[in-house]
Ligand binder design. Structure first.
Ligand code: PHE
Length: 339
């Protein structure tokens, strides 16, 4: 029996040496130490021994058992260490290798210029207002002194949702919304999307952007309008910018005007950019119509104001020399990257 035990021990050590992974070690543990293992079988065979031999043999078997156990533990530890060393080798991380930079986006050209325009007006003490793009007929037309039969209401130009609800065709309804809520002094700009049912081409889009402006207070005059807008033009286009005002008609301002900027390409002589005019139209403006003030509960005998509205796309097209408005909305990164 002693010999058997010796052989078993030697065999276990031998097999353990050849073992290459933890699954193999586990199999050996079961083979030698398990309930149906060989050492257990030996212990069971001890019944055949004499009472004197039994404790001696028992001690030997237990000794062999703990030796094998220790050897198994040692093997497991060695395998783990080996594994760790291998991974440390294989998964070496070189922290000095330059990183892979994630591409960073940039602001859309429309947003860039809008931010600039906002800054200019914020610098002049204006606040920024915003309101719904799905608008009531009342705010888009009626309250702006455009009664039901007014040509600007032509359904060809307006996306109607119901008889009373439409997509705003201009940011001017914000004049009324602000005046209803806020009493003078008022000094706001309201940038936002507007909609007209135009066919898409190089200069038309059913969705575009306007920036509305409104100033109402005691003693606001046409000279305030001119001074403010001329200053704006110089901030946006540079000190050398020259502007002119032409009479125009808007139902919600009286008098009304359009502001042109002298063509910065030809200096006023006339060229392709200004279509031979020498001047480029920038915005519409005027003194807020007394009817509009009254409709908002502001007494036109006490207060007066001016309003203006400009198209963002046209301003950005001129700024960056972009000749097709569709490019703004296609969002081709090769185009957007250039600004
Ligand atoms: N809303 C006008 C337009 O879309 C522009 C405008 C705004 C004119 C404010 C006068 C005052 O053409």
């Amino acid at each position: 029996m002693k010999e058997q035990l010796e052989a078993l021990r030697a065999e276990a050590q031998e097999q353990l040496r050849e073992c290459v992974d933890s699954a193999g070690v586990e199999a050996l543990r079961v083979r030698y130490l398990g309930k149906k293992g060989q050492l257990t079988a030996l212990l069971r065979g001890m019944g055949a021994l004499s009472p004197e031999e039994r404790p001696k043999m028992g001690a030997l078997v237990n000794q062999a058992r703990s030796e094998i156990e220790a050897a198994l533990e040692e093997k497991i530890r060695a395998l783990k260490q080996e594994e760790l060393n291998r991974r440390l080798q294989e998964e070496q991380l070189d922290v000095t290798v330059p990183g892979v930079s994630a591409p960073i986006g940039k602001k859309h050209p429309l947003t860039q210029v809008l931010d600039e325009i906002k800054d200019i007006f914020l610098g002049m003490g204006f606040q920024i207002a915003s309101g719904p793009e799905v608008e009531l007929d009342y705010y888009n037309f009626e309250a702006l002194n455009m009664p039901k039969n007014h040509p600007a209401r032509d359904t060809q130009d307006t996306f109607y949702i119901t008889d009373n609800i439409l997509l705003r065709t201009q940011t001017s309804p914000m004049q009324v919304r602000v005046m209803e809520k806020q009493k003078p002094p008022i000094k706001i700009i309201a940038p936002g999307r507007v909609y007209r049912s135009d066919e898409v081409d190089a200069t038309h889009s059913p969705l575009f952007h306007q920036i509305e402006g409104l100033v109402v207070d005691k003693g606001i005059r046409m000279s305030d309008l001119k001074g403010t807008l001329e200053l704006f033009a110089k901030r946006l286009y540079g000190e050398e910018a020259v502007v002119r005002f032409r009479p125009h008609h808007f139902s919600f301002t009286e008098p009304s005007a359009e502001m042109d900027i002298r063509c910065f390409s030809c200096g006023g002589k006339g060229c392709r950019l200004c279509k031979g005019e020498g001047w480029i139209e920038i915005l519409g403006a005027g003194m807020v119509h007394p009817k509009v003030l009254q409709g908002c509960g502001i007494d036109p005998a006490e207060y007066s104001g001016f309003a203006f509205g400009m198209g963002l796309e046209r301003i950005v097209m001129r700024r960056f020399n972009i000749d097709d408005l569709r490019l703004f909305f296609e969002n081709d990164v090769r185009f957007l990257e250039q600004f």
